[in-house]
Design a protein around this ligand. Structure first.
Ligand code: NAI
Length: 482
């Protein structure tokens, strides 16, 4: 029986290993983490992350060939293949602060593998890492071990998206495996290929050299984020000219060379990966003496920041240039629908912007807890462009002005405006007539995800702002927003 151990029971490690266990009954999978609370949750009925379909997969295999444990050393020692799926956040201090990936967790995992191993192993980079990380990991493993033990490093970046993780893992567009071009390296590639081949068609398993696999993950995320920033840049121009971003992106996406996906205008992208991975790419470009290339990719993040502040400016400008002491409902806080993840969610910046203008916020999200929202809004925000400055935010002031409520109607009651910040399906079918009746007048809706039928809402009486779409006469009359 092949034994797999995965270090890191997070958004990637948990779902990925659960699917491997389900699809490969002859493989034993142990997912380990240092975080006892997280492991306890994986072993309970309330999993630590929300992901459609995940409960079902975990229930089918847990206790059979899928285990969650904090016995890190023991599980790594017994494994043939060790996946490393620890977090690789952006460094906040020291060399490369604000851009470089922080590999502290990765390095300590590698040192631990070297320390406890008593037999040869394949070590798989699952985390997104800078190109050439495998070389560093190889050095750590070989310099800290007995010579009779061999380690083969593979790069197997994960392309799942939160919210559709299980579907993505069941039917991936591709699985990418990079390895050394030596006979031993190729043998390791084949061993990992054999695992995936149990459910992924052969032609979707791509094999490359190590550096291509590492770089492809950063490149894919940079390209995806770039599409969002490109369409969001167009959305600003649409508002200025009377074009409609939905019509423009439909027309553009019909070009088969471009395609329709990732072309919706929105308040901006979020999530733990896009910004972090682009910054990582920017840093790698700078370190390789390519400032122009670095600047090109930086612009993707700058447009994203611009889009979030443009949204806040639009809200404030529309409401007579002041939201001070006005109740504003925030519908949706997660960075996208079908996840409770709030890492880098645009809602944090939008809410902080509105709080900065002294608004009272009433926030509802179907999957994000009150504690999480309050923590996100009071944590000092790390400013990627000025890493030494943390944007200050006083806890008491913030919390006094924030209420987290249990449904959209309660959030909207007595409010002056409603901001939709996550595209949860339930926001499409709310009883907007009822919401309108309960609100202060004029009643505003600011749709940061273009999910509502603006014309229907206008018939009810709302003043509606949809990103990138022709503006109501009301909004047109208000001062221009930057
Ligand atoms: P996460 O933060 O949810 O999970 C990482 C886990 O690793 C944490 O539970 C942490 O306690 C654990 N950990 C850290 N050091 C450890 C150690 N030495 N021993 C044992 N456990 C340790 O992170 P997430 O979102 O799962 O991301 C992991 C990696 O996968 C990152 O590099 C990320 O860029 C990449 N990735 C993330 C995707 C996503 O959608 N979240 C998609 C594709 C890749």
């Amino acid at each position: 029986m092949v034994k797999i151990c995965c270090i890191g029971a997070g958004y990637v490690g948990g779902p990925t290993m659960a699917v491997i266990a389900l699809k490969c009954p002859s493989v034993e999978v142990v997912v380990v983490d240092l975080n006892q609370k997280r492991i306890d949750a994986w072993n309970s009925d309330t999993l630590p992350i929300y992901e459609p379909g995940l409960d079902d997969v975990v229930k089918q295999c847990r206790g059979k060939n899928l285990f969650f444990s904090t016995k890190v050393d023991e599980s790594v020692m017994e494994a043939d293949i060790v996946f490393v799926s620890v977090n690789t956040p952006t460094k906040t201090t020291g060399l490369g602060a604000g851009k470089a990936a922080d590999l502290t967790y990765w390095e300590s995992a590698a040192r631990m593998i070297a320390r406890v191993s008593k037999s040869s192993k394949i070590v798989v980079e699952k985390s997104t890492v800078p190109v050439k990380t495998a070389e560093a990991i190889e050095k750590i493993l070989t310099h800290n071990n007995k010579s009779e033990i061999q380690f083969q490093i593979l790069s197997n970046p994960e392309f799942l998206a939160e919210g559709t993780a299980i579907e993505d893992l069941f039917h991936p567009d591709r699985v990418l495996i990079g390895g050394r071009e030596t006979p031993e390296g190729q043998k390791a590639v084949q061993a990992l290929k054999d695992v995936y081949a149990q459910w992924v068609p052969e032609d979707k398993i791509l094999t490359t050299n190590l550096w291509s696999a590492e770089l492809s993950k950063l490149a894919a995320n940079a390209f995806l984020a770039q599409r969002i920033s490109s369409v969001n840049a167009m959305s600003a121009l649409c508002e200025a000219t009377g074009a409609n971003v939905a019509q423009v992106s439909y027309a553009v996406g019909k070009d088969s060379r471009i395609g329709p996906k990732f072309l919706n205008g929105s308040v901006g992208f979020g999530g733990s990966c896009f910004q972090k991975d682009i910054l990582n790419l920017v840093y790698i470009c700078e370190c390789n003496g390519l400032p122009e290339v670095a600047e090109y990719w930086k612009q993707v993040i700058k447009i994203n920041d611009y889009q979030k502040s443009r949204f806040v400016n639009r809200v404030v400008a529309s409401m007579f240039n002041t939201v001070s002491k006005k109740k504003i409902a925030i519908l949706g806080f997660a960075f996208k629908k079908d996840t409770g993840d709030t890492r880098e969610t645009p809602a944090i910046d939008v809410c902080q912007g509105l709080l900065g203008d002294n608004a009272d916020l009433s926030i509802y999200d179907p999957q994000v807890t009150e504690d999480q929202i309050k923590m996100d809004l009071t944590s000092k925000k790390f400013d990627w462009d000025h890493p030494l400055h943390l944007r200050p935010m006083s806890d008491t002031t913030t919390l006094e002005k924030v209420r987290v409520v249990k449904d959209a109607y309660e959030a909207a009651k007595d409010s002056h405006g409603v901001c939709i910040l996550t595209e949860w399906d339930e926001f499409k079918t709310l009883d907007y007539q009822k919401i309108y009746e309960g609100m202060q007048k004029p009643a505003f809706i600011f749709d940061g995800r273009n999910v509502v039928d603006a014309n229907k809402l206008r018939e009810i009486g709302f003043i509606v702002y949809s990103i990138g779409k022709p503006l109501d006469a009301w909004l047109n009359d208000m001062p221009a927003v930057a």
